[in-house]
Design a protein around this ligand. Sequence first.
Ligand SMILES: Nc1nc2c(ncn2[C@@H]2O[C@H](COP(=O)(O)OP(=O)(O)OP(=O)(O)O)[C@@H](O)[C@H]2O)c(=O)[nH]1
Length: 320
Amino acid sequence: MMRHIIRSPLQQAHKGDNTLMAGPRLLQGGKRDLPPQGAAAIPPNPAAILQRLQTTLELGPLIQIFSESLHPLVPHDGIAFDCPEQGIHISHGRISRHVCSYNLMVEQTPLGELRILRGRKFRTAELNALEEALTVLVYPLRNALLYHQAVKSAQTDPLTGLLNRAALDRMLERELAVSRRSGGHLCLLVLDVDHFKAVNDRFGHQAGDQVLLAVADRLRALTRRSDMVFRYGGEEFVLLMGDTDPEAADQGARRIHEAIRERPLEITPGQCIGITVSIGIACGGGSEEPGSLFRRADRAMYRAKDSGRNRIVWADPLPG
Ligand SMILES: Nc1nc2c(ncn2[C@@H]2O[C@H](COP(=O)(O)OP(=O)(O)OP(=O)(O)O)[C@@H](O)[C@H]2O)c(=O)[nH]1
């Protein structure tokens, strides 16, 4: 184990930023600025902690289990784990005055930063117990990070980086359940690029890919943070707008439709092409099934195509 020195953001409780590396040998080093030692902390039972940690591959529950296992050894108010490279921030409990922070590594691979927070200073015996417990955490944590990456890539469209169809199936069900509980609306928009085959035929497949990337960027830029954008397949995109009434969804659809039609897309430096899109929208909630909401919006999009493309068509309301 190798220890560096850092500052707690809230108080210089420990001049200690710690890098914890799992490996064949633990190296003790560095310096701590700690109050006199009190009674020794309860020694950890690594096998028992490991057994509990191995019950999940999900990062949130893993950090929570670690916090619960650590609590009898090192009572604390909060725990946080950050891995900015993967956009991960997990926290449980509350922010407190004293912070003990570790940069965790496995075999030279950085995993992220773990912070333990509490109102009173950490004693040496507690830090020792904490560090012993951390050596048990690092491998299950690495497995959970790999699992997180695998799940993320299974739900991401490799070309645009948007969520894919598998993610839509999952999110649609969840968002409908949320809107059922809250009594709000869930609007679903299906957007399809018009005459996209002609773009490929005329400018080549790579230019076609650039168009898809540009549409994805425009959708990201034009939607709210709470909206979810998916590439459903080919040149078809889906936008899920939670807690959005039909008027707001209609305004959003118009904004997107115009922004794509009015501003040509750059496919190579200096070469721009104009495209249009056909959009179908449906608004659901209540007892509607996920498949039904999507089908209504998709049928509306096909009606937009059939009636001349480059337009927005609202879905028929649910019968009854
Ligand atoms: N460049 C590129 N083309 C794709 C991709 N996925 C699907 N396509 C092409 O998209 C085209 C879709 O053609 P069509 O389904 O006829 O649709 P369209 O030409 O847009 O016609 P309408 O939708 O009726 O306006 C096909 O030529 C596909 O090969 C992709 O990832 N990249």
